[in-house]
Write a protein of this length. Structure first.
Length: 620
C-alpha cells in the first residue's frame, strides 16, 4: 500500500493490529527506510509536535499505534491531533499509519482524513484469522500445523483460534504438553489461567501507579476467581463489559456494583475489591471496550467462567433455572452457552437440562463423558423430536449430534427408523442422528431405503446414512442405481455412491437413463469423465459403443453424447495402447450416420485419422 498516504487500521483488541504494524516496520527497515514508530499507549510522546516536526518529510513513514488508548487517557488529544493533521501537506511529505480498536469513536478524525487526502486515505479493518493463518502461526512456534488445526476443530474452539491473543493461549497450551487438553472445559480452565498471567503494563497503571515493576497483588488463581465473579455478574445482568468510569454510564456493569463479597477458589476465598478488579482487567483475559470499559477477550470465556462460578458456589438448578429460562420454559437465547457449560461441568444441571432442553447441552462440546449418559441424552432428544421440542435444522447445520455417539445407540435407533407408526419427524430425526453419529442400524436403513411405500425424503435420508456403510449395504446401492428405478433422485444418489466403490465406469455408463436434456445426471457424467483412468478406457468405450450401435439408438441423448465425446477425446491420448486403439476404432466405425453422431464424427474423418487408427477402423 505504498501509494496510500494515510492508513487507519481498525480491529478488535487483540486482533493483531500491532503485529501487522510491526511487520510493516520491519519490512520498511529491511528495504533501507527508517520509519518512526510511536506506542501512543505509554503517553510519553507529544504526537502533535512530532507531526509538526516530521510530517512534511517526503518518504518517511510514521506509525502511531494505540491511538484509542492515548485518546482515552488524554481527552484533549483528539482536537490537537486533528489540528496537526490539518497542517500537513496533502500532496507530499510523510506517510501516516494509525491503529484504532473497533468501536472506538474517531468519526471526526476519519472525516478529516478522507476530506484532506481523498484517494490517498484508506480505512481498513482486520478480519478474523483464517485456518491458513492459524497453520502459519503454528509452524512459527514449531507446532505440527495439521495436528494443531485438527485438535482445534475437534474441540470446537475455532472462534478462540480466530483471535491472536486466544490463539497464542492455545499454542501455549500445546507447547506445554504437546497437545491440547482432551476435554473442552479443561482447555477453557487452563486457558483462563494462562491469560490472567499475561499483564498489560499500560492497563496496570490504575492499580499500581506508574511503578514499572508492578505485577499485581493477586496470585493467578485468585485472579481467575475475581474474573469468574465478574463473568457471573455480567452474564446474568446482561452486560457485555465492566465500566471503570468514575460515574455509572449505564453502558455496562459499573465497578461499584461489582465490588464486595467473596469468591471461592482452590486456595481459599478471595475478597472482591476495586483494586483486584482493576488488576484482573489489566490481564490478557480482558480487552478494552470503550473509553473506560473492559470486556472479556472472547465472549465464550465469560460464559465458561460464569458457569464455573455458579457450580463452585453450589447454586442448585432450582435456584438458577429461572434466570436461564425464557417464558416458554426453555433456555433463553442469551443463556444458551452458559447453560450448556453448566451441563458440561455439573451433573445436577446435566440431569435437569437433559429432561427439559437437551439440545442446549450439545453446544458445550462433549457434555457427557459416560456412554450411558450419552445414550440417555440421545433418548431425550429423540423423545422431544416427536413434539417439535428441538431444532433439527440447527443440529443438521452444526453437526452437534456427533456428541451423543455411544455404544448401543444403533440398537436404540433401529426400531424407531423401521416403525411406520412412529411420528414422521421422530423417524427422520433418528436417521439424522444415525448419520451424524456414525451409529447406523444398517438393516433398518436399508429396509426404509428400498421400500417404495416410504416417503421419498425418508428413503433418501436412509440412503445417505448408508453411504458410510457401502460394504454392508452394497445390494441397496446396486438395486437403486439401476436405470429402471422410478425415483430419479434416489437413483442418482445411489449411482453417485456406487460409482466410487462398487461399479466400473463401463457399469455406470450402462446404468445411465436416456434423457434429451442436460440435468442432474449430466453432473454425474462429468464426474465420471474427470476421474476415469486409462485402464478403464477400453471397457468404457465398449459400453458407449454398444449404446450407439443399438438398433433403437436414434438421435443420441445428451448424456450419452457427452460420454462419447469425452471418452474419445481421452482415448486419442493413448493410441500407443493397442487395447484402447482397437476400442476407439470400433467406436468410430459403429457411429450411426445420423445427426448429431455424424456431425460430431465428421471432423475426425475430414482431417484424417492417425494411420494406426485408420487401419483399425477400416478393419472394423
Amino acid at each position: 500500500m505504498e501509494h496510500v498516504r494515510v492508513l487507519l487500521l481498525r480491529g478488535e483488541s487483540g486482533a493483531g493490529k500491532t503485529v501487522a504494524l510491526r511487520h510493516e516496520v520491519e519490512r520498511l527497515r529491511a528495504a533501507g527506510e527508517d520509519p518512526e514508530i510511536v506506542d501512543m499507549a505509554d503517553g510519553l510522546v507529544d504526537v502533535p509536535s512530532l507531526l509538526e516536526t516530521l510530517g512534511d518529510r517526503r518518504g518517511l513513514t510514521i506509525f502511531l499505534d494505540g491511538l484509542d488508548e492515548a485518546m482515552t487517557a488524554d481527552r484533549t488529544l483528539d482536537v490537537a491531533l486533528r489540528r496537526a493533521i490539518s497542517d500537513l501537506q496533502s500532496a507530499s511529505g510523510a506517510r501516516l499509519r494509525l491503529t484504532v480498536r473497533s468501536g472506538f469513536p474517531v468519526d471526526r478524525l476519519t472525516d478529516l482524513l478522507a476530506g484532506k487526502f481523498g484517494d490517498g486515505f484508506e480505512h481498513v479493518t482486520l478480519a478474523p484469522l483464517r485456518s491458513e493463518d492459524v497453520m502459519i502461526a503454528a509452524m512459527a512456534e514449531q507446532i505440527d500445523p495439521e495436528a494443531f488445526l485438527a485438535a482445534i476443530e475437534g474441540l470446537r474452539v475455532a472462534p478462540l483460534a480466530a483471535r491472536p491473543p486466544t490463539l497464542k493461549m492455545l499454542m501455549g497450551l500445546w507447547t506445554k504438553s504437546g497437545r491440547l487438553p482432551v476435554r473442552r472445559q479443561d482447555l477453557y480452565r487452563q486457558g483462563c489461567e494462562v491469560l490472567v498471567r499475561e499483564i498489560s503494563g499500560s492497563r496496570l497503571g490504575a492499580s499500581g501507579g506508574q511503578d514499572p515493576g508492578f505485577t499485581g497483588h493477586l496470585r493467578p488463581a485468585e485472579r481467575v476467581v475475581v474474573a469468574a465473579r465478574l463473568a457471573m455478574l455480567m452474564t446474568f445482568g446482561d452486560h457485555d463489559r465492566i465500566d471503570l468510569a468514575g460515574e455509572p454510564s449505564g453502558r455496562g456493569l459499573h465497578l461499584d456494583a461489582a465490588i464486595g463479597g467473596v469468591g471461592h477458589g482452590t486456595d481459599g476465598d478471595v475478597r472482591i475489591t476495586a483494586r483486584g478488579i482493576r488488576e484482573v482487567v489489566g490481564t490478557s483475559l480482558f480487552r478494552p471496550a470503550g473509553a473506560d470499559g473492559f470486556a472479556f477477550a472472547h465472549p465464550s470465556l465469560m460464559r465458561f467462567l460464569a458457569a464455573a462460578f455458579v457450580t463452585t458456589h453450589g447454586l442448585p438448578p432450582a435456584q438458577l433455572i429461572p434466570l436461564l429460562s425464557a417464558p416458554d420454559g426453555r433456555t433463553g437465547a442469551n443463556r444458551i452457552e452458559v447453560a450448556s457449560w453448566l451441563g458440561a461441568i455439573d451433573h445436577p444441571y446435566l440431569v435437569h437440562l437433559a429432561k427439559t432442553d437437551p439440545q442446549v447441552l450439545l453446544r458445550s462440546g462433549i457434555p457427557v463423558e459416560t456412554n450411558g449418559g450419552r445414550l440417555d441424552l440421545a433418548k431425550s432428544l429423540l423423545t422431544l423430536s416427536a413434539t417439535g421440542g428441538i431444532d433439527p435444522n440447527e443440529l443438521a447445520a452444526t453437526g452437534d449430534l456427533v456428541l451423543v455417539a455411544a455404544q448401543g445407540l444403533a440398537a436404540v435407533l433401529a426400531p424407531i427408523i423401521e416403525n411406520t407408526a412412529e411420528p414422521a419427524a421422530r423417524r427422520a430425526f433418528a436417521v439424522r442422528m444415525a448419520t451424524d453419529t456414525g451409529c447406523i442400524p444398517v438393516s433398518a436403513c436399508a429396509a426404509v431405503a428400498m421400500d417404495a411405500l416410504e416417503p421419498v425424503e425418508l428413503r433418501a435420508a436412509a440412503l445417505g446414512a448408508l453411504a458410510n456403510r457401502v460394504d454392508e449395504a452394497h445390494e441397496v446401492f446396486l438395486a437403486l442405481s439401476r436405470s429402471d428405478e422410478p425415483e430419479d433422485g434416489l437413483r442418482l444418489a445411489a449411482l453417485g455412491t456406487a460409482m466410487r466403490a462398487l461399479l466400473s465406469p463401463a457399469d455406470v455408463i450402462r446404468r445411465l437413463k436416456p434423457g434429451n436434456r442436460l440435468g442432474a445426471q449430466s453432473l454425474l457424467c462429468l464426474r465420471l469423465l474427470h476421474g476415469i483412468e486409462a485402464a478403464s478406457l477400453a471397457e468404457a468405450l465398449a459400453a458407449i459403443t454398444a449404446i450407439c450401435g443399438s438398433d433403437d439408438v436414434g438421435a443420441p441423448h445428451d448424456d450419452h453424447l457427452m460420454i462419447a465425446q469425452g471418452l474419445a477425446g481421452r482415448a486419442f491420448a493413448h493410441l500407443d495402447d493397442v487395447t484402447i486403439l482397437e476400442a476407439l476404432a470400433r467406436f468410430i466405425a459403429t457411429l450411426p450416420s445420423i445427426d448429431p453422431w455424424l456431425r460430431w464424427s465428421f471432423p475426425l474423418h475430414k482431417r484424417g485419422l492417425p494411420p494406426p487408427l485408420r487401419g483399425s477402423a477400416v478393419a472394423c
